[in-house]
Design a protein around this ligand. Structure first.
Ligand SMILES: *[C@@H]1O[C@H](CO)[C@@H](O)[C@H](O)[C@H]1NC(C)=O
Ligand SMILES: *[C@@H]1O[C@H](CO)[C@@H](O)[C@H](O)[C@H]1NC(C)=O
Length: 274
């Protein structure tokens, strides 16, 4: 084995890169899933470090943004995932509530393609206990909602709204509350938290629709192939003239869900639904 040690470093480096390029092309489902997890771990570690360092330079607003973009670009490199973004101009430079549909854990990588600056993810409490992602989010003070407890949920929405205004932050939520349909082009009913938050904070709601990507990624079919996923950012919906009562919130959420569903059908690949 001595001859291995005598090989110059560049042989190893070139060899490793060639292997990665080859693997990226032909690695298949297991490799891509494996890389998605490894990279999540890498980015979550980076996130923990970034949340210690970036605030010193007044750049706390870039923590989540750099984690998200980093995950998208690195993940894209290793898995061949690409996103086409429509309506990028609807991403605001001021605080907003972003609502996005939720298909699978791959959403974390996909949403990295559009994730805005100065934005925190609001997640259900259970995420806290997910390895790596949950730990990073806990360490970086992510906002967690208690979905089981309605009184608490309203209080938390109010607190989040105060945070949005005080810290000039945006928030990103998945109003379906849980992973929705992945093999069917559809949305689950929306939870109201995001809409309460936006109305109380008087900031616009920006719907973000990730096309159905069952053709690219499906755990059921054990499929993960290089491919494109469309994302469409819809025009901001202003909330300043909307009352905070439950029927107005209900109407608002139904209206936004309808527009997201129409868009979902528009931008998803027109293969068979089921
Ligand atoms: C993000 O926040 C920083 C600091 O509060 C601010 O200077 C910057 O303009 C904000 N950027 C966006 C895109 O909201
Ligand atoms: C990043 O996210 C954490 C929560 O995950 C939050 O505490 C921090 O302020 C965020 N910074 C931004 C807005 O990027």
């Amino acid at each position: 084995m001595d001859f291995l040690r005598q090989l110059p470093a560049h042989v190893y480096i070139t060899g490793t890169l060639a292997f990665l390029v080859w693997y990226r092309q032909y690695g298949g489902y297991r490799f891509r899933c494996f890389m998605s997890i490894v990279l999540l771990l890498v980015l979550a570690t980076y996130g923990v470090i970034a949340s210690l360092i970036l605030p010193i330079f007044g750049k706390a607003g870039l923590i989540n943004y750099t984690v998200a973009r980093g995950y998208y670009y690195l993940g894209g490199f290793f898995t061949g995932l690409r996103c086409t973004i429509l309506g990028q101009e609807n991403i605001l430079q001021s605080p907003a509530v972003y609502v996005c549909n939720h298909q699978s854990s791959l959403d974390v990588m996909v949403m990295g393609a559009v994730y805005p600056k100065n934005t925190s993810v609001v997640a259900k409490k259970e995420i806290k206990y997910y390895p790596f992602l949950g730990w990073f989010m806990t360490l970086s003070n992510a906002i967690f909602l208690d979905r089981k407890n309605r009184a608490n949920a309203l209080k938390e929405a109010k607190q989040a709204a105060e945070n949005i205004n005080k810290k000039q932050l945006s928030v990103w939520l998945f109003p379906e509350g849980t992973r929705g349909h992945s093999s069917k082009v559809d949305l689950l009913p929306f939870k109201k938290g995001a809409f309460h938050m936006a109305v109380q904070a008087r900031v616009p709601i920006v719907p973000v629709v990730i096309a159905n990507y069952n053709d690219v990624y499906s755990t059921k079919a054990k499929r993960f192939i290089p491919g494109n996923v469309n994302i469409k950012v819809l025009p901001p919906v202003l909330t300043s003239d909307i009352e905070g009562d439950s029927s107005s919130i209900e109407k608002l959420s139904v209206r936004i869900r309808e527009s997201m569903l129409t868009t979902l059908r528009e931008i998803s690949p027109h293969t068979k639904d089921e």
